[in-house]
Write a protein that binds this ligand. Structure first.
Ligand code: ADP
Ligand code: MG
Length: 378
């Protein structure tokens, strides 16, 4: 019996009908541009969230998480609508709502993606539930459909204005590859992401910092991009070249100009990063990571002291490149390092954090892993 079966049995006194798993993600490059119709280059990490579900013959929903002491939350299916108050269970319920499920269920969650570390435990949770429901009820949704529906759930039901990247990569990633995702039409290309054969690895540094600016700061950045789009009379920043931006600079205020400058240059960096990966030119990839970080720090202003210290310390210890990842104002950074320098890099970062009196960071590494899948079906 697998672990998720065991907790399901202990919690609900029965066995699940279906179990699905979906991973968290790290975005190699292409930050804060999914909502501007840009290209992004994330990969799925090995840590995944499991969702085990059993249908009921009434209209009751019972839901529990191993990360929330298996406490059962019980409610009526008909009450599951945006506006219903709640805590963590709003994430899986947002999927039940967005997929239009019309049947009672018991749902057990067991997540192995660190929560709130910028590794998208929220998308892992949503996509594990969505994958299980899609198969359980033979809904026939494509992966693109599921990405759009889970994003809609997080936007409208949970109330988080996230872009489309996290759910897309959690659903569509392939082991060994980063996923070049065009956020305009959700078309994808798998780009082989093999740093190990060059003696390198990607170190993930969870700064454990969470600055309260997060929600308002994210919305404010999106609003700046939207007002620039309307002033420039275009439909998205994807249409804009750097040249065109310079020519129309006077139409924008200084803040809008800086935000758009990040978006336009970041989209180009993603395409260069794909070329660098294909050519196994990891020095170039490192430089692109550094440029991305500088752009997020200086133009988009979503970094924070902890992220900057993590990046600077990693570079001081010999990293080929490093940058903040995710929404910013805390969360994680990544550093492309030589495997032989892992211990030294970690200790340099730890020392720098201690000197600044920051909370101690946590470290992870991960190879690019498989997207969501059905683990077992009764
Ligand atoms: P991130 O997606 O970067 O981890 P978010 O704040 O977007 O951070 O999502 C984290 C939230 O998702 C948690 O606070 C919790 O509400 C919910 N969550 C994710 N995984 C689980 C889980 N395994 N059990 C319960 N809640 C979870
Ligand atoms: Mg999230």
């Amino acid at each position: 019996m697998t672990h998720i079966d065991k907790v399901f049995l202990e919690t609900f006194g029965d066995t699940p009908t279906i179990v699905a798993a979906a991973p968290g993600r790290v975005n190699l490059i292409g930050e804060h541009i999914d909502y501007s119709d840009g290209f992004v280059l994330p990969f799925a990490i090995k840590d995944r969230t499991f969702a085990a579900i059993r249908v009921r013959d009434d209209r009751k929903i019972r839901i529990a998480s191993a990360q929330r002491r298996n406490k059962i939350i019980e409610l009526q299916l008909d009450s599951v609508k945006p506006g219903l108050k709640g805590e963590w269970e709003r994430y899986p319920l947002s999927v039940v709502w967005a997929l239009g499920i019309n049947q009672g269920m018991d749902i057990m969650i067991d997540g192995h993606v660190p929560l709130g570390a910028g590794l998208s435990s929220s998308a892992a949770l949503e996509c594990s539930v969505a994958t299980a429901l899609n198969h359980l009820f033979s809904l026939g949704f494509s992966l693109e459909d599921l990405a759009r529906l889970t994003q809609k759930g997080e936007n409208e039901y949970v109330g988080v204005p996230c872009g489309i990247m996290d759910q897309s990569v959690s659903l569509m990633a392939h082991a060994g590859s980063a996923l070049l995702l065009d956020c305009r039409d959700l078309s994808t290309r798998n780009v082989s992401f093999d740093v190990a054969s060059s003696g390198l690895e990607l170190l993930i540094i969870d700064t454990q910092a969470h600055h309260s600016l997060t929600d308002g700061g994210y919305a404010e950045r999106r609003a700046s991009c939207e007002s620039a789009v309307s002033k420039l009379k275009i439909t998205s920043l994807r249409e804009l070249s750097l040249e065109q931006l310079q020519q129309s600079r006077t139409l924008l205020n200084q803040t809008e100009y800086l935000r758009v400058h990040h978006a336009v240059t970041e989209m180009t960096r993603v395409l260069h990063a794909v070329e660098a990966l294909e050519a196994k030119d990891f020095n170039l990839l490192g430089q692109l990571l550094n440029q991305s970080h500088a752009s997020l720090r200086d133009d988009y202003t979503v970094s924070c002291p902890e992220l900057n210290v993590a990046v600077d310390a990693a570079l001081e210890a010999g990293a080929l490149g490093a940058r903040m990842v995710g929404g910013g104002f805390g969360g994680s950074a990544i550093a492309l390092i030589h495997v032989s320098q892992t211990a030294q890099t970690i200790s340099t970062i730890e020392k720098a954090f201690a000197q600044h009196h920051f909370k101690a960071p946590r470290f992870f590494t991960s190879l690019p892993s498989q997207g969501a899948e059905i683990i077992q079906r009764a």
